[in-house]
Design a protein around this ligand. Structure first.
Ligand code: HEC
Ligand code: HEC
Length: 242
């Protein structure tokens, strides 16, 4: 064993440390810590609440975000809202779905802050209560539609934009408050599906005030007969998911 003086050893260590520090500072600047307070401000500035609700506030076109971290988890939320090649690839890989419709996406840093914020949103104190559709008179008497690619595409657009996703999911996206609608053609016929398209209700129990009904959010149900037909065409075209 050659003799190494204490001084040489110290010099070597100092040099190695300096090199490591230099390499570190070039390769990876310290990652900013996601900031939930900033995320809250970004959420407001980007008008996410036009479609999404929390507690009694917000729109009824999209899954409620109360307690979203418990239903979906960080990886899903990140993949859903981040505008990067990686996030889009994660979304497709993890959920085996392409997007039903393009969803707003944010640059990495902003998305990280928003994710941190969303993970702080608690579920409603009393949970959710979902009341199903009040089946009205069946609008169509045909037992099968002659659906076209156009009517399916129109139904897809309506499904996304008329509030169905506040409670339902298809193709791996949407709310988890009811069983997914994929593969519904195997269990239901056209007139049943058409009769389940309006008048449903979502309540958040224990949110604010004396009456639980205060938390009620009613999705839009002003659909025309032809819109209902298109939505049925879309739903009946969806294969079951594995
Ligand atoms: C035009 C309406 C609309 C706007 C605006 C919108 N979203 Fe969404 N969002 C949806 C719909 C519909 C879904 C469900 C389908 C999907 O995932 O594409 C969704 C899904 C999500 C999900 C997944 C929820 C779950 O349970 O699967 C998160 C998280 C989310 N949005 C966050 C955001 C954030 C953050 C913003 C603002 C930057 C935002 N959204 C703006 C409509 C919207
Ligand atoms: C507020 C929550 C909510 C909204 C919004 C909602 N639904 Fe529903 N939906 C339910 C519930 C709960 C059920 C199960 C009970 C029932 O059949 O009424 C259901 C059942 C259904 C069924 C039958 C599913 C089956 O397997 O039998 C279809 C089809 C359906 N909904 C379509 C839609 C469409 C299309 C929209 C949008 C226009 C929509 N729903 C909006 C809550 C909702």
């Amino acid at each position: 064993m050659p003799h190494i003086s204490r001084k040489t050893l110290i010099t070597c260590c100092t040099l190695a440390f300096a090199l490591a520090a230099a390499a570190g500072s070039i390769a990876a600047p310290p990652k900013p810590v996601p900031d939930a307070a900033k995320g809250k401000a970004i959420f407001a500035a980007r008008n996410c609440a036009v479609c999404h609700s929390m507690g009694e506030v917000g729109g009824c076109l999209a899954p409620p975000l109360d307690g979203v971290g418990q239903r979906r988890g960080k990886t899903f939320i990140q993949a859903r809202i981040t505008d990067s090649v990686k996030a889009r690839a994660d979304f497709a890989r993890l959920y085996k779905a392409t997007e039903l419709m393009p969803h707003p996406r944010l640059p990495n840093k902003l998305a990280d802050d928003v994710v941190a914020y969303l993970l702080t949103i608690p579920p409603p104190p009393g949970g959710f209560k979902v009341s199903g559709h009040k089946p009205g008179p069946v609008k169509s008497t045909v037992s099968a539609h002659s659906s076209t690619p156009q009517s399916i595409a129109e139904g897809r657009r309506l499904f996304y934009s008329k509030g169905c996703m506040e409670c339902h999911s298809v193709l791996g996206t949407g709310a988890q408050l009811t069983p997914p609608l994929d593969g519904i053609a195997k269990r239901r016929d056209w007139s049943f599906v058409e009769s389940r398209i309006t008048d449903a209700e979502l309540m958040r129990l224990g949110v604010g005030g004396e009456y639980q009904e205060k938390g009620t959010v009613m999705p839009p149900s002003n659909l025309t007969a032809s819109e209902i037909r298109s939505i049925a065409d879309f739903l009946m075209s969806l294969p079951a998911r594995k």
